[in-house]
Structures are given as C-alpha cells and as structure tokens.
Design a protein around this ligand. Structure first.
Ligand SMILES: NC(=O)c1ccc[n+]([C@@H]2O[C@H](COP(=O)([O-])OP(=O)(O)OC[C@H]3O[C@@H](n4cnc5c(N)ncnc54)[C@H](OP(=O)(O)O)[C@@H]3O)[C@@H](O)[C@H]2O)c1
Length: 241
C-alpha cells in the first residue's frame, strides 16, 4: 500500500514528517527544481519522470497504491497529469492545496490574471520586487522602464533575460522585519507575488502592508478536478479512512 506524495511545498514536507513518524509506507517525488533541497523525511526520488507514460510506469514498478498531490498551486501541469495517471491506473488520489490569500485592512492589492498584465498597473520608473521566481520571469518582459529585482533561491545560472533587471539570491524563511528592511534598502515601490497562500510565504505581504506598498497578486491557475483538502490533518484523515 505504498503512498506517493508528489512534493514541492511546505505541506508536503510536514506530511512527510508525519507519515514517517506513523511508519506509513510512502515515497516522495520532487521535481528537482531547487538545486539543494532540504531532505524530506521519506525516501525521495528527484527529477521529472519524462512523460505521463513514464510516470505511470514508475508508479507501477514502485507499487504505488494511492497518491497525495502536494505540489505548488502554480505547478499546474504536474497536478493535472498526476490526476490523469491515477485515473488511468485506478488509484485513489487526493489534492492537498492550501487556501489562497485574502487581502485585509491596510493591504493595497491588485489581482492579475497573468504576469503580462503587470505592465498595465505598475507605472514607469517604479522599482519592482518580483517574488514570483525565475520560471515565469519572461512574463514580465513588458515592464520596460521599471527596475526589476527578481528573488530566487539558487544563484543565477545566467544573466537577467532582459534589460532593467537583476537577480537577488535569498533562501526562505524570511521574517516580516527582514522583508520590510530589504524593501526599504532596495527602495521597492511595488511588490509582485503569486497567490501561493500559506503562512511561510506571507511575511512579504505583511511587510508590504507595513510599508504601505502596492502589491500585484497573480491569480492561481485552475486546480485539477479531484477530491481536495486544505490541510495536512485533513490529508491524514483521508489516508486513515
Ligand atoms: N511553479 C511555482 O511557482 C512553484 C513554486 C514553488 C515550488 N514549485 C515546485 O516546483 C516543482 C516544479 O514546478 P513547475 O511549476 O515547473 O511544475 P509543472 O509546470 O506543473 O511541472 C513541470 C514538470 O516538472 C516535473 N515535476 C513537477 N513536479 C514534480 C514532482 N513533484 N515530481 C516529479 N516531477 C515533477 C514534471 O516533469 P516530467 O514531465 O519530466 O515528469 C512536470 O511535467 C513542483 O513540484 C512544484 O511543487 C513550483
């Protein structure tokens, strides 16, 4: 009854810890997007499978009997594909997805459907902090005439892909005080985030509120249609049922 945890989030990490403590037979899968990820508490395979077929084959050979998808809300392809593979193999599958963020008093948020829409709301001359990661950076190429600072976990492997931008290396967690001090030091005028949700990534939003900074929030892609829970406790209850 091996459980496969499709990992890549803090929730996947906590779920792995709790499965290991309970002695539940499980393996984890990471994309390998971060060069030096902190190890999970479960046996972990790292790297893409190559295709849906290869993923199904790997799952068959590993004796996977059920799956919890705990990948990032913006990793749309792997979640949808894993649901499809589970349907093909007739395996129970659960999506563990933390709720998105909601604005509170003092927040100055503008919701965007896609990265490309940022150019329509962020004025020329602004210093923009992109907390959206390297992968979707090309979507901000239209922000001509703004200073762009893109934070990423690993040191950049190549130069910034278009003029006016720079990388900043930073490995979470970050506190609200750290984030506020960083935004002040860099002279940030606008923050751009993905609606990742969760407490771990929230400090940058709290720092923006503290400083009165406007924030562009990119909406999540639609989730796959499958049974879904919002917390590790609920995922453990599903596994126990
Ligand atoms: N997108 C984000 O903003 C974001 C933020 C933080 C963390 N992450 C994590 O980083 C990983 C990659 O994100 P993405 O946006 O590139 O995902 P994606 O677009 O949904 O998937 C791209 C490819 O990465 C591989 N992959 C993704 N997650 C995997 C996993 N858990 N195990 C094995 N292979 C996996 C698959 O490769 P093959 O087709 O070769 O099998 C997949 O086709 C995800 O696990 C996600 O949870 C993403």
């Amino acid at each position: 009854m091996t459980l496969l945890v499709m990992a890549g989030t803090g929730e996947a990490r906590v779920l792995a810890d709790r499965l290991a403590v309970r002695g539940i037979a499980a393996v984890a899968s990471l994309a390998g997007a971060t060069r030096d990820p902190r190890p999970l508490a479960l046996p972990t395979r790292v790297g893409g499978f190559g295709s849906a077929w290869a993923q199904a084959e790997w799952m068959r050979q590993a004796g996977v009997a059920r799956v919890v998808i705990a990948t990032h809300p913006f990793a749309a392809r792997i979640a949808a594909r894993t649901v499809a593979v589970c349907e093909d193999l007739g395996l129970p599958c659960l999506l563990l997805r933390r709720p998105g963020w909601t604005a509170g008093a003092g927040d100055r948020w503008t919701w965007l459907d896609r990265e490309e829409d940022a150019a329509g709301v962020i004025p020329a001359g602004a210093t923009v902090f992109l907390a959206t990661g390297r992968q979707t950076l090309e979507g901000f190429a239209g922000l001509v005439g703004r200073r762009l600072i893109c934070r990423q976990i690993d040191p950049p492997a190549e130069a910034f892909p278009f003029p006016g931008g720079e990388f900043l290396v930073g490995r979470p967690p970050f506190s609200v005080a750290d984030e506020a001090a960083l935004f002040r030091r860099l002279g940030v005028d606008w923050l751009v985030v993905k609606d990742a949700g969760g407490a771990a990534s929230r400090p940058k939003l709290d720092a923006a509120r503290l400083l009165g900074l406007p924030v562009a929030v990119i909406r999540r892609p639609p989730p796959p249609v499958v049974e879904t829970v919002a917390s590790v406790d609920e995922a453990l209850a599903w596994l126990a049922a």
